[in-house]
Design a binder for this molecule. Sequence first.
Ligand SMILES: O=P(O)(O)OC[C@H]1O[C@H](O)[C@H](O)[C@@H](O)[C@@H]1O
Length: 443
Amino acid sequence: MSKVSFEWNQQNSFVTVDEVNTYKAEVASLHKVLHNKTGAGNEFLGWLDWYERDHVEELQKIEKAAKDIQGHSEVLVVIGVGGSYIGARAVIETLQHTFYNELPNSKRKTPRIFFVGNHVSSTYLSDLIDIIEDFEVSINVISKSGTTTEPAIAFRVLKDWMEKKYGKAEAARRIFVTTDKEKGALKTLALKENYETFVVPDDVGGRYSVLTAVGLLPISVAGINIQELIDGAVVATKDLRNPTLLENDSYQYAVLRNILNKRGKSIELLAYYEPNLNYFAEWWKQLFGESEGKDGKGIFPASVGFSTDLHSLGQYIQDGHRHLFETALYVEKPRHDIIVNINEHDLDELNYLAGQPMSYINQKVLEGTTLAHTAGNVPNLKVTIPALTAYHVGYLIYFFMKSCAMSGYLLGVNPFDQPGVEEYKKNMFALLGKPGYENRLKN
Ligand SMILES: O=P(O)(O)OC[C@H]1O[C@H](O)[C@H](O)[C@@H](O)[C@@H]1O
């Protein structure tokens, strides 16, 4: 089976093999640091070989809960933010029908999935309640800490709404909690209310947790085969354990990023050509942004959807400030293809494309863009995905997580913490009058 692969060449990346190879020894040594778990953030390396361990029971428990939800619910509301939100959404949107929630019941056999608790918009929450009102609903509330404000507020409102709609006992049967195995407010509440619980492993940080219960329950409810996702991640775990730089795609990607960053290319654009990858790019942004953006360092991760953004941001990318490099996500085989038809009158002058599949045209968009952007001094890298299947997406997720760990270590930061995100929270708590924060804004 063909695999997810990272491709770069001197012509497009402006980096030579010799330059990459100067990192050979450092990468080999950081590989040991990573796998022997002796580096910064080593308490959060559970994901590194998580997939190879025996998770039969856990996956069965997730699949059973997903079946129950599918059986009695037309809607699943997923409450969470950051790593407790984006991963599940990324995988569902990547693998499911583009218009999944809009599909009529005859075409969508699994519940609609709505996400909330990832901001503090009252309009969104109230519109959500409006749209789910007449449906049978279940909730999966996800929070590793169990105390994050955004999901906590949404859950407080929706718990109340569920209890009014169903009564306490039936609401409890429809509320599924994913949190720490023993501590935190959500765990305490789950015990008190008798909610079914799923565990966020201690040694896996939020942004590395999509292929644990955090992402797998909503993904399974959406009808996606979670075993195939894990299978892909298992193969990636094996493939990307190779310490030799030029034989390890994830390490090459990490090195290329670091070389380009040192040359002042401080913004990376993840460019996707399938709209289904929109939320995958959001997941990738959290992964790299929170992992590397610290100590005054890091590449700012941004994303662009092509060809859409070629008609807006394309101008800047081609001609603006030269601090960009681009990594294309190329899907070799789309889920569906359409052949351009011939037209007798050819008023749109497209007959030269008649008989061609749209995927061929999309591929030429990518090739033309790569040529244009490299000519405009935007180095280009490429990740090829054979097809958007659960297996390949599982592989791709692991590829990026492994790259990110190595990339962070090469940069000299701890890729597994996120101290910076606490700042706004402390100010917000002080401004809201939360006890204990009274002195925060005094000077
Ligand atoms: O799962 P939770 O504890 O609710 O955390 C959810 C998210 O919020 C935090 O502020 C962090 O920035 C993220 O890394 C984390 O994924």
